[in-house]
Design a protein around this ligand. Structure first.
Ligand code: FAD
Ligand code: NAG
Length: 608
């Protein structure tokens, strides 16, 4: 792993010779540098009255599905997307600018309802929930982290009746999408190349090595977190291609938009699934203020994500009977749509250091950094907030290798500023707690398998009104207990030699919890109920499983139970949220669904 070391030092900007060389080379190169024009993208305005398949939602899942289904020129597909086409702007393309698309036209800007047990440090105890509303969906806004989850996640799906979804059966679909660009992983049987989804690593600060070495001092193995086992410390893998975001739009959809058998209708809000008795026959949607209805020969596929897929199903009469009846919606199928909502919460533990090795705004915006990015597609701007270290573990060490991990760390060599944190916390709390003006870092402690369950319900039959989102964070008392165990491991990590050598400071107590003895479990419980915030992985609201199971919405073929010609394909079908970030698993779900829809033989099991 020495290659990582040398690269990290080179990029800290301490070497004047390198500076000079880069500037010189750039002056010459600017003459030759022309940005290749982006290919013309075709957006369909004239639609047919009938398609073989209609996909609702062009997000992580919908983009992949549209691309795979139209590989056969004899199959025609209509893709309906509420948002527009992402512009080729640096806020989307440049990894370091990841937060700039929040609160823009590309964001649904959802908010949860007031929480009872959590978010005490947030305005009105509500959480902002960004979601992408654009071709590419949430993969346009996300942090590009590439994680597949634990083999135990998928094996337990299969054990609970999701036939075909064991690790051995799903891993070929991860490999089908993948185009790995990490030299250490070329030979690994857990990786593959040639697919549309780039997997690469960035390394902008030697602090990432501090994290890896600190973890090793605690006894964690230094591993590939998408390899044989998930438990250990690793360098982050990201969906970044030559320093640019590899969104589902950029890497799956855009390259195939010129296919004549794919029509894409943007700025089109699907308002209802058209049903003939128990059969889906089309989709009703509103475009430019006009209501349109388009029919299907084969199937309607809903890929609106974990918030909007349940909303559209319920608007169409598919959902919990009592809830639909209370809104006067005729019930077509009584199913637990919108229930079983799961998300991941994170604690952002910031610490200051006494050396100039972290990634600051100043360094990121420097001329050096901008030149490096323009010319070579590397450096600070090529990294999503220096979130470059990662770890997974089970707080009960004896479960290692037998169950999914229950805590994940994300390590970033950049400390968040108070202004950014006011997206999620009240001004008061953000300003008190996130004040590491210069050099510092943040370690995210992420609770992977909280036991609390929330719901998505309708507050209106008006399709323009957002649904009620109640994640019910931290209701289950076990959730804070597991979190506290994660905090204890974080504290041990901060005390390791590598972290001590960079002058890692202690955290200051949170004044809102001053009634508890600092560092007691009670103090940390108070801290968690104030400071734990979403890491944006809502899932499981259209749960997949055995058709006979009253808690499931779709069967293992992702068909909505008791309805013909209707599937759900997105994050919402996960029976339980996986151990990690949800983008790559959602892409895998869509890859697998495409084969199911086309009645192809599933890819051969891989005994890994
Ligand atoms: C800020 C942020 C950071 C994240 N970081 C990461 C990360 O680093 N790594 C990771 O793995 N995951 C990350 N995630 C999560 C990940 O991106 C999502 O889980 C994933 O993109 C969800 O895919 P999806 O297909 O289920 O839904 P989406 O990608 O949300 O797609 C749904 C699409 O359907 C459209 N739609 C919805 N309703 C309708 C309707 N009625 N009519 C027409 N169109 C409709 C939406 O506009 C959207 O385009 C992050 C999420 C956020 C918000
Ligand atoms: C930073 O702190 C560490 C630990 O206290 C100390 O050993 C080191 O000399 C300090 N470095 C600087 C540059 O102050």
């Amino acid at each position: 792993m020495t290659c990582y070391h040398s690269r990290a030092h080179e990029l800290t900007g301490s070497n004047m010779g390198v500076h000079f060389l880069v500037i010189l080379v750039s002056i010459v190169a600017v003459y030759f540098y022309t940005k290749s024009p982006s290919p013309v993208v075709q957006r369909s305005t004239h639609l047919k009255s009938k398609y073989d398949y209609i996909i609702v939602g062009a997000g992580s899942a919908g983009s992949v599905l549209a691309s795979r289904l139209t590989e056969d020129p004899d199959i025609n597909v209509l893709l309906i997307e509420a948002g527009g086409t992402p512009e080729d702007i640096e806020e989307i393309v440049t990894p370091a600018l990841v937060t700039k698309t929040l609160h823009t036209e590309y964001d649904w800007e959802y908010y949860t309802v007031k929480q009872k047990y959590a978010l005490k440090g947030s305005n009105e105890q509500k959480s902002y929930w960004p979601r992408g509303r654009v071709l590419g969906g949430t993969s346009i806004l996300n942090y590009m982290v590439y994680i597949r989850g634990s083999r135990h996640d998928y094996d337990s799906w299969a054990a609970e009746g999701c036939d075909g979804w064991s690790y051995k059966e799903i891993i070929p679909y991860f490999l089908k999408s993948e185009d790995v660009r990490v030299s250490d992983l070329y030979k690994s049987e857990y990786h593959s190349w040639g697919g549309p989804l780039t997997v690469s690593t960035t390394l902008t600060s030697p602090l990432i090595n501090t994290f890896i070495q600190g973890g090793q001092e605690l006894g964690f193995d230094h591993i590939d977190c998408n390899g044989k086992t998930q438990e250990g410390v690793c360098f982050m893998q990201s969906s970044i291609l030559n320093g640019e975001r590899c969104s589902a739009y950029q890497c799956f959809l855009k390259p195939v938009m010129k296919r004549s058998n794919l029509h894409v209708s943007t700025n089109s809000l699907a308002t209802k699934i058209l049903l003939d008795g128990k059969k889906a026959v089309g989709v009703e949607f509103i475009r430019n203020g006009r209501k349109l209805g388009i029919n299907v020969n084969q199937e309607v596929i809903i890929s609106g994500g974990s918030v909007d897929s349940p909303k559209l199903l319920m608007l169409s009469g598919i959902g919990p009977r009592n809830h639909l009846e209370s809104l006067g919606i005729p019930v077509i199928a009584n199913l637990p749509v919108g229930q079983n909502l799961q998300d991941h919460l994170k604690l952002m533990m910031t610490h200051c250091i006494n050396q100039s090795i972290s990634v600051t705004t100043e360094k990121t915006n420097s001329l050096y950094s901008r030149l490096l990015y323009k010319l070579l597609g590397t450096g600070y701007l090529a990294s999503p907030g220096a979130v470059e270290g990662n770890a997974f573990f089970h707080v009960d060490g004896s479960k290692k290798g037998k169950a999914p991990p229950d805590i994940q760390f994300h390590f970033s060599a950049a400390s968040p500023n108070a202004k950014y944190m006011t997206n999620f916390l009240s001004n008061e709390v953000a300003e008190e707690y996130y004040q590491c003006p210069e050099e510092g870092f943040v370690n995210y402690i992420i609770l992977l398998h909280g036991k609390s369950r929330g719901s998505i319900t309708l507050q209106s039959t008006d399709p323009f009104i957002p649904p009620l989102i109640d994640p019910n964070y931290l209701e289950h008392p076990g959730d804070t207990k597991t979190f506290i165990k994660g905090i204890r491991i974080h504290q041990r990590l901060m005390n390791t030699g590598p972290f001590q050598r960079v002058g890692t400071t202690k955290q200051k107590p949170l004044s809102m919890c001053s009634e508890y003895i600092y560092d007691s479990d009670k103090y940390w419980e108070c801290f968690i109920r104030h400071m734990a915030i979403t890491i944006y992985h809502p899932s499981s609201t259209c749960k997949m499983g055995r058709p006979q199971d009253p808690d499931t919405v779709v069967d293992p073929q992702l068909r909505v139970k008791s309805i013909y010609g209707l599937r759900v394909v997105d994050t919402s079908i996960m029976p339980n949220v996986i151990s990690g970030n949800t983008n790559a698993p959602t892409i895998m779900i869509a890859e697998k669904a495409a084969d199911m829809i086309l009645k192809k033989k599933p890819l051969a099991k891989l005994d890994l």
